[in-house]
Design a protein around this ligand. Structure first.
Ligand SMILES: *[C@@H]1O[C@H](CO)[C@@H](O)[C@H](O)[C@H]1NC(C)=O
Ligand SMILES: *[C@@H]1O[C@H](CO)[C@@H](O)[C@H](O)[C@H]1NC(C)=O
Ligand SMILES: *[C@@H]1O[C@H](CO)[C@@H](O)[C@H](O)[C@H]1NC(C)=O
Ligand SMILES: *[C@@H]1O[C@H](CO)[C@@H](O)[C@H](O)[C@H]1NC(C)=O
Ligand SMILES: *[C@@H]1O[C@H](CO)[C@@H](O)[C@H](O)[C@H]1NC(C)=O
Ligand SMILES: *[C@@H]1O[C@H](CO)[C@@H](O)[C@H](O)[C@H]1NC(C)=O
Ligand SMILES: *[C@@H]1O[C@H](CO)[C@@H](O)[C@H](O)[C@H]1NC(C)=O
Ligand SMILES: *[C@@H]1O[C@H](CO)[C@@H](O)[C@H](O)[C@H]1NC(C)=O
Length: 480
């Protein structure tokens, strides 16, 4: 009797466990518990792991520069297509701690500056910083453009350039082009206009300095606001572009993302080097050092021309002056220098930009911007931000230095700023992933246990030689 009691109890129990297991699995309650825990834990608060990683990113960040060395300057002045050779990488270790960190009263916002320091890594570079690169004379192009309609001054400057042997193209070292050199023409202008900086460099004054104060949301009120840029230099939007949509500061600074990332969301980020916000969308599942993640990257619509993406009309400056897909005139945010930003080798850009410079070979693997994210915690597993700096070169009749040059968006250098998660963080994440797997699999474990118990029940029932034994034993059971 005791035995049959046990038999039926096990049968009942297996049934109950099965129901509980299935309903837990269907209701998704365990994944939700794990997610809401992550939403609560991942906030910018002094002492949290998320704050430490945001304040001083533990993984090494590398900034690599690939220059384009011009091989046919004389032919270009005669109207030929420029031919360039990609030379690089020149690699710098980048340190980018948040400094002057201060929270507001209730801990919903945090202000900070992001100081970046670059240290040259010869062992990860093609050559020393003293390698010579022949490229566009950017200060000269800027000055010529600025004075092109003042015929008297243009004449004066043009003669001065002839004396100083300054032309449309120039040769400088990698270190000078990046971090700055005294330019003869700028020095002369500086005498008349003290606000003209006599030093020119693509990243002059960027080392060991910051791009202004940011105020971030801490994510305390809403996890989707984690590390979102609220204001930059005191402004909550930009004023360089011609529509409010394009002037919006959206998302984080691209170095942190909110927890519980889903495959169908747009991840917005604001980039001060690009002078605009953009977004990335889910592309594929990836695994980095054993940790599963989602790969996000900016779709081609982000940089498309206004025919394809009408919202982008606001990036045409001056109004209605659209250059085409994949290029952005950032002159307004680079002190008037004729700088055009694009993806490396005009990846995702209009075919005519690729064709107008010999040596452009866009490919997805090397030139796409990607960020691989662990979806539960929002941790960056791997990322590569890729941008190219170009100069708008055109013939300026008042300066014979420009010869018969054809109008071209001339590539100067492209950057690959990349990071791969460090091993200590991998270990921490692996523990999170393990815990997540265990907890989310509890319903399935229950179902497994139910099936096992059910099997035991069947086995016992069969061994009791149904139906006589059951009928015989049921009576006393019911009577009692
Ligand atoms: C965080 O806490 C530590 C120790 O309590 C303190 O020294 C530090 O100033 C705090 N940081 C901020 C940004 O409040
Ligand atoms: C940047 O500044 C740091 C120290 O402030 C210095 O060690 C480093 O060499 C500088 N990097 C470059 C590229 O000038
Ligand atoms: C390059 O040299 C630095 C020290 O200057 C070292 O920390 C780093 O591991 C080296 N990297 C490679 C790839 O050898
Ligand atoms: C770039 O081209 C110039 C001119 O041809 C040449 O002198 C220089 O060595 C080249 N730079 C590199 C790094 O090969
Ligand atoms: C958090 O913000 C998102 C997007 O702005 C919004 O959809 C959601 O309702 C907010 N959640 C809470 C709890 O306020
Ligand atoms: C900013 O986000 C809004 C939607 O929230 C969008 O309409 C706008 O186009 C975005 N702007 C940029 C520059 O990404
Ligand atoms: C880029 O923008 C500046 C400032 O609005 C403008 O002067 C310049 O003509 C533009 N360049 C091109 C190639 O459209
Ligand atoms: C915009 O881009 C599309 C696709 O690349 C192209 O077919 C179209 O001609 C472009 N329009 C303009 C105005 O450049």
């Amino acid at each position: 009797m005791l035995k049959s009691c046990f038999v039926y109890a096990s049968g009942f129990l297996s049934f109950v466990i099965l129901i509980v297991g299935i309903s837990l699995a269907l209701s998704n309650v365990f994944p939700h518990v794990v997610q809401s825990e992550a939403e609560k834990e991942i906030v910018l608060q002094n002492g949290t792991v998320a704050f430490d990683a945001w304040e001083d990113p533990p993984a090494p960040i590398y900034m690599q520069f690939y220059f384009f060395n011009l091989t046919n300057p004389l032919e270009v002045l005669d109207g030929d297509r420029p031919a360039v050779v990609e030379i690089g990488p020149y690699t710098y270790r980048e340190y980018r701690p948040m400094e002057e960190v201060s929270f507001n009263g209730n801990g919903t916002k945090v202000a900070a500056v992001n100081t970046k320091t670059y240290i040259f890594q010869l062992n990860m570079s093609r050559g020393p910083e003293s390698d010579l690169i022949r490229t566009v004379n950017i200060p000269a192009m800027t000055v010529m453009k600025r004075f092109k309609d003042h015929s008297f001054l243009a004449n004066l400057i043009s003669s001065y350039m002839r004396v100083k042997k300054e032309g449309l193209f120039t040769t400088h070292t990698v270190g000078e082009l990046l971090w700055g050199y005294q330019d003869a023409l700028l020095q002369a202008l500086h005498v008349f206009q003290p606000d003209v900086d006599p030093v020119f460099g693509l990243f002059s004054k960027s080392n060991a300095s910051d791009d202004g104060q940011y105020v971030f949301s801490t994510g305390l009120q809403n996890y989707t606001d984690f590390a979102r840029v609220e204001t930059w230099n005191g402004q909550s939007s930009l004023n360089w572009w011609t529509t409010d949509d394009c002037n919006m500061i959206n998302g984080t600074n691209g170095a942190s993302f909110h927890p519980v990332i889903t495959k169908n969301e747009k991840l917005y980020m604001f980039s001060s080097d690009l002078c605009r916000s953009l977004y990335a969308v889910y592309e594929e599942d990836v695994t980095v050092k054993g940790i599963p993640g989602y790969r996000f990257s900016p779709p081609s619509e982000v940089f498309a021309n206004k025919t394809v993406n009408p919202v982008n009309a606001g990036f045409c400056v001056p109004s209605d002056n659209c250059l085409g897909s994949g290029v952005l005139n950032v002159s307004v945010c680079k002190q008037g220098a004729p700088v055009i930003m694009s993806s490396p080798h005009f990846y995702q850009g209009d075919e005519r930009f690729v064709r107008s410079v010999f040596g452009m070979r866009p490919n997805k693997e090397d030139h796409q911007t990607v960020v691989d994210i662990h979806p539960l915690t929002g941790t960056i597993l791997q990322a590569a931000k890729r941008l190219q700096i170009n100069i708008y070169v055109e013939k300026i009749p008042t300066f014979n230095q420009t010869g018969n040059v054809n109008t071209v968006i001339f590539p100067i250098v492209y950057m690959n700023e990349s990071v791969v998660i460090d091993d200590a963080s991998v270990e921490e994440l692996a523990a999170v992933v393990f815990k997540q797997n265990v907890v989310t699999n509890i319903p399935f474990m229950l179902i497994g246990v139910a099936i096992l118990l059910g099997a035991v029940f069947m086995l016992l029932v069969c061994r009791q030689k149904i139906p006589e034994s059951t009928a015989a034993e049921r009576q006393p059971l019911l009577a009692s």
